[in-house]
Write a protein of this length. Structure first.
Length: 330
């Protein structure tokens, strides 16, 4: 990569910034770098590779770069040739704008990580700076789940209705909450993935592309069976969209539609149902079951899902006070 020499190590920060504020990078090098970055992205999960490309495209749109085959190349040029300070300022503004638009902290952090990855690759090939900007911390930033009582209310309300939409929605909530499936897993289910006799759901679109088979409670089996009676037994997606008169259509239910449905029921983001389920199991003293329910390899990841409230602090205080006073909580 065609870059100027590094300044002396004794230079002040201001002088250092001035020296590397502009980097001359030829278009051929930019094309090589972009190709290498896309190739390295494809070496991992296909979902990660697609997300990284989408993140670079989103940054380009935010910069106002016109859509077209050369947008990624122009986005990369703008990101790299302005220097560390200019890139950090631009990304900080993008982060603030994304937060104002309601993007989750995890999404923003992933977007910034995508940009950091391409800058890190350029640094490995001669760029004299690295990107210091980081997205917002996503630890504990995910939305809290609904109260278990609210989930029960929604299931009861849907159970009192006899229309196809209510049957689908009840089965959907059961899969998200009682089966612990992620939104993408639910959307990816086909009718053939449902084994009513064995009480099994086979998920082929787990996180990282991993497939899994889950034994589920009877309430899940009954809810799905009720929906299938409305849907029909024709092959295809298990959860489908509805046509204009409220009948099942052949179209697969999308992730965005699941989000809108959950918000419409007053349950918040569908991922919050996993938080609620993990919290209920952990409070029952079964963190091991919460880990299995969520499909986490590390129990530390499960701990980050637990919703904590001021009442928990009060309960902890009463337990400790009881221990200190010989078993008589104040």
């Amino acid at each position: 990569m065609e870059a100027g020499p590094l300044p002396p190590t004794t230079a002040t920060w201001g002088h250092l910034t001035a020296e590397i504020a502009r980097v001359e990078i030829g278009e051929g090098r930019l094309r090589d770098l972009l190709g290498l970055w896309e190739l390295s992205s494809r070496s991992g999960s296909p979902h990660t590779a697609r997300a990284r490309r989408q993140d670079l495209d989103a940054y380009g749109r935010w910069l106002g770069i016109p859509d077209g085959p050369g947008r990624r190349l122009e986005t990369l040029r703008v990101l790299l040739v302005g220097g560390s300070l200019e890139a950090s300022r631009s990304i900080a503004a993008w982060v603030a704008d994304s937060a104002a638009q309601g993007y989750a902290a995890r999404t923003i952090a992933r977007r910034v990580a995508s940009l950091r990855s391409v800058v890190a690759l350029a640094h490995d090939h001669g760029l004299p700076w690295v990107l210091a900007s980081r997205g917002p911390s996503s630890r504990g930033a995910a939305a809290h789940g609904p109260l278990p009582a609210r989930v029960a209310e929604v299931l009861a309300d849907l159970g009192r209705r006899s229309d196809a939409r209510a049957a689908r929605d009840r089965a959907l909530v059961c899969c998200l909450y009682f089966a612990g499936l992620r939104r993408a897993e639910v959307c990816g289910l086909d009718l053939s993935d449902f084994d009513a006799a064995g009480s099994v759901l086979a998920s082929r679109r787990g996180k990282g592309g991993h497939a899994s088979r889950r034994h589920v409670a009877r309430v899940v089996v009954e809810a799905i069976a009720a929906w299938v009676r409305k849907r029909g037994r024709q092959p295809g997606p298990l959860f489908t969209a509805m046509d204009q008169i409220g009948w099942p259509s052949p179209r697969r239910l999308s992730a965005g539609q699941v989000c809108r449905l959950c918000h419409g029921w007053g349950l918040g983001h569908p991922h919050g149902l996993r938080h609620t389920a993990a919290t209920v199991l952990a409070k029952a003293g079964r963190l091991d079951l919460a880990q299995a329910h969520l499909g986490h390899a590390n129990v530390g990841t499960t701990s980050a899902y637990l919703d904590r409230s001021p009442e928990d602090c009060g309960e902890a205080s009463r337990i400790l006070a009881g221990e200190a006073s010989g078993g008589d909580p104040a």
